[in-house]
Design a binder for this molecule. Structure first.
Ligand code: RB5
Length: 163
């Protein structure tokens, strides 16, 4: 499959979702993903009518955690609410992305399966570039694997560090 930038990557099933604050940007990214040949599931919302972002955020993040999609993209007004929601789902690492360096590092260092963006923060062309960078980047493993393992181990031990 061809992904943005012309590089060939493995088949990726992408889930995408938004609230009304991210609706217009979600439509832009949905088209980009389909044009780039990805298999995409749209979790809504489907109009500018206001919805509560945790509903879409939890649906998508749980589906990613179950392994039904390789990656997920969540868009609200700021990207913050969706990131908070997604990170409450066990197994999920969600990163709020508004710059290209973070887009790359979210994959290479953090192995984030979900990226969030603010539809009221980033413009469509920057957002398209961020998505392509994030999708083209892979986890580097090594020392980062140890750190990500510790993040995930923390899910089994709720409470303050050291408790
Ligand atoms: C909805 O207006 C807004 O609160 C939401 O899109 C998001 O920015 C929350 O984090």
């Amino acid at each position: 499959m061809k992904a943005g930038g012309g590089e060939t990557v493995g088949t990726k099933a992408i889930a995408i979702g938004c609230d009304e604050g991210g609706f217009e940007l979600k439509q832009t990214i949905l088209k980009l993903l389909r044009d780039d040949g990805y298999e995409v599931k749209d979790f809504g919302c489907y109009s500018l009518d206001p919805i509560d972002y945790p509903e879409v955020g939890y649906d998508l993040a749980r589906a990613v955690a179950r392994g039904e999609h390789d990656r997920g993209i969540l868009i609200c007004g700021t990207g913050i609410g969706m990131a908070i929601v997604a990170n409450k789902v066990p197994g999920v690492r969600a990163a709020q992305i508004h710059d290209s360096y973070s887009a790359e590092r979210a994959r290479k260092s953090n192995n984030a399966q979900i990226m969030t963006m603010g539809g009221r923060v980033v413009g469509p062309e920057l957002a398209k570039s961020l998505v392509r960078i994030w999708l083209a980047s892979e986890f580097t493993g090594g020392n980062s694997a140890r750190k990500v393992d510790k993040i995930m181990a923390g899910e089994q031990r709720p409470g303050p560090p050291g408790a």
